[in-house]
Design a protein around this ligand. Structure first.
Ligand SMILES: [Ca+2]
Ligand SMILES: [Ca+2]
Length: 496
């Protein structure tokens, strides 16, 4: 299950450049600006908004941003103001908007003042260090003014601090997850590079437009080559789990021999830049040609992780791989699906337009719905005893239930189980808490280690552990080869 370290396999790396390095590249020259004021350079971000809480000791304040602007000049509003911690340093140019020579100091600022901040884009959730900060408290007819009625305040006004804020407090983490606008690939600089991502080699990675929408396209025709891009997103310390969601499409895809040699949105967690932490998580991937599909995974955040390093990657895989609408969502609900009477998701009789069975998102060609004499069921196949074939599916438990009865019928052919007791074929299931951590003991599961003559019916009873919010169903060939068929899953409240 565990893929080899990405870095050990990387032959071509596009991503090692930092934005600072990229700035020195010819393609990242400063964007011309008619006024010369408020220009957004490559790698920078402009935020417009109102000043919130100030922290003079930290030389910082919270900007409640209404919009952001990228170097191409494109501006986008936020649906609701986004708090962003802004840090000032000696180099920060702080002045009255429209009058660059009228310098202001941090102590002149008050909560409620208007501000435009420009600085290097440090990524979502990270404080932004201001290169330029233009402020005003009044605008009339396009003329901006600041403290015009009381010019002396800029000299004598005491520092404005939130009275509830003790001195020397650290910069507070932002309460909400900022957007990840870089994930849409809509903001492209003059050279056609997507903002926030560095593409070193247009031959393998570029932004493509179709009907007004932009997306990332990776292409590769060398089966011995692996390459990826990187973009780091700050994690809110309150996040116990994240959902990584992406739209993907693939053409002429030929993946490598190992399961991780595929076209995927890889990601790892990091303590700091380049310091990986935790296991390699399950990641959204494509292994065969596909039209646009949504893929998502929900994974726990390893304790201590501060960054998620997103890596669109083609690993020993050839073809064309498109990615768009990458989202990182903190503490997501694992599902809104509930256990309905009769559990129609367990019969595999209803398929949607994409051929997906009702309530399931099958993510591998080794897991599909098969028909036999008019009945549909789920079939898993595996030829490689080194890997497991499985899919996770979550359902919300009725909070009044204390125990469940789980019924399922299973059938197996050419089964060769692994050497460990848990390396078998089964409908696995576990109980999860609100943030996606497993709770309680491993329940008894309907295990198969040998072929069955025909369908075999299992009935299991399990107590719902304290704190359980979801049940996770995991049809799996666990380091086991052969064919496993699953049908007629039923989950009901069990009597006590
Ligand atoms: Ca897009
Ligand atoms: Ca069925």
């Amino acid at each position: 299950m565990k893929p080899l370290p990405l870095h050990a396999l990387v032959i071509l790396v596009f991503a090692a450049m930092t934005l600072a390095q990229a700035e020195t590249m010819p393609g990242w020259a400063q964007t011309p600006n008619p006024t010369g004021e408020l220009s957004v350079n490559a790698g920078e971000l402009r935020l417009d908004g109102k000043i919130g809480k100030l922290n003079l000791d930290q030389k910082s304040f919270v900007l409640n941003a209404d919009s952001f602007t990228v170097p191409s000049g494109r501006t986008r509003p936020f649906d609701t103001p986004k708090p962003k911690t802004i840090v000032l340093n000696e180099a920060t140019l702080l002045y009255v908007r429209g009058a660059a020579t009228r310098k202001v100091t941090l102590t002149d600022l008050k909560a409620g003042d208007f501000a435009i901040v420009i600085g290097l884009d440090s990524g979502s959730g990270q404080p932004l260090t201001a290169r330029a900060l233009a402020v005003w408290d009044k605008a009339e007819g396009g003329v901006y003014s600041f403290r015009e009625n009381s010019p002396e305040t800029s000299v004598v006004a005491p520092p404005v601090l939130n009275p509830n804020s003790p001195p020397n407090t650290t910069v507070e983490p932002e309460p909400d997850a900022p957007d990840f606008p870089e994930g849409t690939f809509e903001d492209v600089d003059k050279k056609g590079n997507p903002v926030g991502w560095v593409l070193g080699d247009r031959q393998h990675a570029r932004v493509v437009e179709e009907e007004g929408n932009h997306f990332l396209r990776l292409t590769n025709n060398d089966p011995t080559a692996t390459f990826y891009l990187e973009n780091r997103v700050g994690l809110n310390p309150a996040w116990k789990s994240v959902k990584v969601r992406v739209r993907m499409r693939a053409k002429n895809l030929k993946v490598g021999k190992q399961t991780w040699e595929s076209a995927r949105l890889g990601f790892i967690f990091e303590k700091g830049i380049g310091e990986r932490i935790g296991d390699y998580p399950d990641t959204p991937k494509l292994t065969t040609d596909s039209d646009w599909v949504n893929r998502e995974v929900v994974v726990p955040v390893p304790p201590g992780a501060t960054l998620i390093n997103l890596q669109p990657i083609m690993m020993l895989t050839t073809g064309t791989f498109d990615l768009d609408d990458i989202q990182v969502i903190g503490n997501p609900p694992l599902t809104t699906k509930t256990i309905r009477p009769g559990f129609p998701e367990g019969s595999f009789e209803t398929l949607d337009d994409n051929g997906q069975p009702l309530g399931w998102e099958l993510n591998s060609p080794q897991i599909k719905v098969v028909e036999e004499d008019g009945n549909h069921f789920l079939r898993l196949t595996n030829q490689n005893p080194q890997v497991s074939v499985f899919v996770d599916n979550y359902f919300k438990l009725d909070p009044t239930w204390k125990a469940i009865t789980l019924r399922v019928r299973e059938r197996a052919k050419n089964l060769k189980a692994g050497t460990q007791p848990w390396e078998n074929a089964r409908l696995g299931y576990t109980f999860m808490n609100a943030t996606g951590q497993r709770v309680g003991d491993w329940p008894v599961t309907p295990d198969l280690r040998q072929d069955t003559k025909s369908w075999r019916i299992f009935t299991m009873r399990a107590e719902i552990p304290t704190g359980a919010v979801y049940i996770k169903l995991t049809p799996i060939l666990h380091n086991t080869t052969g064919t496993l068929d699953i049908d007629d899953i039923k989950i009901e409240q069990a009597g006590t």
